[in-house]
Design a protein around this ligand. Structure first.
Ligand code: VG1
Ligand code: CO
Length: 463
């Protein structure tokens, strides 16, 4: 059995692969990676967990082990958002962080995200080294002098957000919001900072439920029905949501419309260029809407395209190459912030743009479409059954001249395979790196055409 770090961390089903023993193996390997050149007792390691089953127990095991190996371990108290852990790593000068989370996966999963000293998700060359250390299983020497401290990560992180968001305007506007943390780590973070700024916030699912209501804690449209109802019936300014570990966002506009992550990324790129006067670049993953490219062109920003996974966008944030980097799966970060996606920041930016521009997101979108044209994008998932797995590799390597009736203009293999067509529409297919699924993404000028493309993708994969 092998332990593999996918798009963002190692994820496994609890009691199947996610066991005490394997947690120790991963922690051991991470410690070994960090101490290759330096002894553990010079280094700080941040350990935290989300709101999943037994998170505090699992993270304590890792924390004690690392302390025994000489690390100064800061153990975050309470379910902690992934971006908050990123902030702790950076502000405490830690060498890295071990974050017990399976993010948006179904409730039976647990996982570990490893972040490096910059607070970014570890790059593939690093996780490969850790995987190799797990296989060889050699124990690092226990050195004395390690320590374990309980750490409250919230106040400093929220304070940091205050310097990045225009809270003066938000406070004065006294907006009314509903927030759905989906029983996850955003509780007591996003709602707290808004309330402390004089806003009225109703929090849904404001308790810990390790079954996430029997679903996945992913703030997609189908998960946000309750939020939509409250926004509509109470006539609120906006509905906001975050995923299990607080790094993804979900937005409901004042009329109850779900704003897709692609749409928000485009709006915020435009808004930041305008409001902050920032220039340089913008990044999107290969699966993210080309609407971003059009905004980039209009605002004179250089466009960067990355494989799926925020680690690649994080690198561009680190180098200060971009004003915003985003993924269609609802992850984004901005210039001067951490090289990690932050759902709390994203929701606050959505509130800021609505407040400053005094226009709903729908109105802003209308204006954007008028300027750069409309694009409809979507995604479906196909279960990775044994049958699909058997032919997937060949399917992804094929070079078809046409997909359905459409002539393929270009094939891009940055991540999976992306077929680009003459009219600017495209379809992308790739295996997920977080769950046993194949993802198919498509974009076109009309919704109907985009949906047809998704179906053609499904047929192509399954035939
Ligand atoms: C998915 C998303 C990707 C995101 C990753 C981690 O990966 O597509 O955009 O960065 O999850 O998100 P995949 O390989 O399953 O498509 V989460 O909220 O862990 O942290
Ligand atoms: Co997440």
């Amino acid at each position: 059995m092998s332990i593999r770090f996918g798009t963002s961390g190692w994820r496994a089903v609890i009691a199947d692969q996610f066991t005490f023993e394997n947690i120790e193996r991963v922690t051991e390997a991470v410690c070994r990676y960090l101490t290759t050149d330096k002894p553990g007792n010079e280094q700080t390691l941040v350990v935290g967990h989300d709101s999943r089953f037994m998170g505090e127990r699992f993270s304590s095991i890792a924390a004690e082990l690392a302390a025994g190996k000489g690390f100064r371990v800061l153990l975050c108290q309470g379910p902690t958002p992934t971006p908050t852990i990123s902030h702790v790593i950076r502000s405490q000068g830690a060498s890295g962080g071990l974050n017990f989370t399976a993010s948006h996966n179904p409730p039976e999963y647990q996982g570990i995200k490893f972040s490096t000293a910059d607070g970014a998700p570890a790059l593939p060359e690093i996780t490969r080294e850790i995987e190799e250390a797990i296989v060889s299983g050699v124990s690092v020497d226990k050195s004395k002098g390690g320590s374990l401290e309980a750490f409250d990560p919230g106040p400093a992180y929220l304070e940091d957000l205050r310097s990045k968001i225009n809270f003066d305007v938000i406070s004065k506007a006294k907006g009314r919001y509903a927030y759905d943390p989906l029983w996850g780590t955003g509780r007591g973070y996003l709602d707290k900072i808004l309330r402390n700024s004089g806003c009225e916030v109703e929090t849904l699912h404001d308790w810990r439920d390790v079954t996430f209501g029997g679903r996945s804690p992913e703030p997609g449209e189908s998960q946000l029905e309750e939020l939509r109802e409250i926004v509509k019936t109470k006539k609120l300014t906006l509905g906001i949501s975050t995923d299990g570990d607080g790094d993804r966002f979900g937005i409901i506009d004042n009329d109850g419309t779900f704003i897709t992550p692609n749409q928000l990324i485009a709006i915020l790129t435009d808004y930041l260029a305008e409001s902050r006067g920032w220039t340089n670049g913008v990044a999107r993953s290969v699966a993210t809407s080309h609407l971003v490219d059009r905004v980039a062109k209009e605002r004179n920003l250089k466009l960067y395209e990355t494989p799926v996974g925020f680690k690649f966008i994080g690198e561009l944030i680190n180098k200060d190459e971009i004003i915003l980097g985003g993924e269609e799966s609802a992850g984004l970060s901005i210039r001067g912030h951490y090289p990690e996606k932050d759902g709390i920041l994203a929701c606050l930016l959505a509130i800021e743009t609505v407040t400053v521009r005094q226009a709903s997101l729908g109105e802003q979108l209308k204006d954007l479409y008028r300027r750069v044209g409309k694009l409809e994008s979507g995604r479906i998932g196909v279960k990775l059954t044994d049958e699909v797995a058997a032919t997937l590799k060949e399917k992804l390597a094929e070079e078809p001249g046409t997909i359905g009736q459409r002539k393929v203009e270009k094939i891009d293999r940055m991540d999976g395979v992306k077929f680009l067509f003459a009219d600017g529409s495209w379809m992308l297919m790739r295996p997920s790196g977080t769950e046993p699924m194949v993802r198919i993404y498509a974009e076109s000028e009309s919704k109907q055409d985009m949906e047809e493309l998704l179906e053609e993708g499904r047929r192509y994969l399954l035939e």
